[in-house]
Design a protein around this ligand. Structure first.
Ligand SMILES: [Zn+2]
Length: 127
């Protein structure tokens, strides 16, 4: 029996229940969590940004926007992708934040594991 802190145990238990792979042991659950830690999906981006357009605050017609457009060398990384409503995305177009006068409300960052567990709970592990 592996002894571990209660908080970790709880998280692992949640992931284990969601994933539906009870036959995997403690180590398997850690690997599963690591595999999802940094994966960028639309839903994970929306969850991190509270399902809110980072330019105007709208909560409808959400898309993902590259803060620095890919055509201008922007990476597809957590630090360069934000939730944006479709009208803001169109308005910003292929311009830099400075050129468009549109800056994300919060600097985008890689979210914590909680986001991925929440997203997995809503949509299944593959979402
Ligand atoms: Zn917007």
């Amino acid at each position: 029996m592996i002894s571990r802190p209660m908080q970790i145990s709880t998280r692992i238990g949640v992931v284990q229940a969601i994933a539906g792979f009870p036959r995997f042991g403690y180590r398997g659950m850690i690997l599963l969590r690591d595999a999802h830690r940094r994966k960028i999906t639309r839903r994970a981006v929306f969850a991190r940004d509270s399902w809110t357009c980072q330019y105007c605050g709208s909560r409808s017609n959400l898309t993902v926007d590259h803060v620095i457009p890919r055509s201008k060398g922007g990476a597809s990384s957590w630090e360069n992708i934000v939730a944006s409503c479709a009208p803001c995305n169109r308005r910003k177009g292929d311009r830099l934040p400075r050129q468009a006068g549109m800056h994300p409300r919060r600097a985008p960052r890689t979210p914590g594991a909680e986001i991925f567990i929440a997203v997995a709970g809503e949509n299944g592990v593959q979402s």
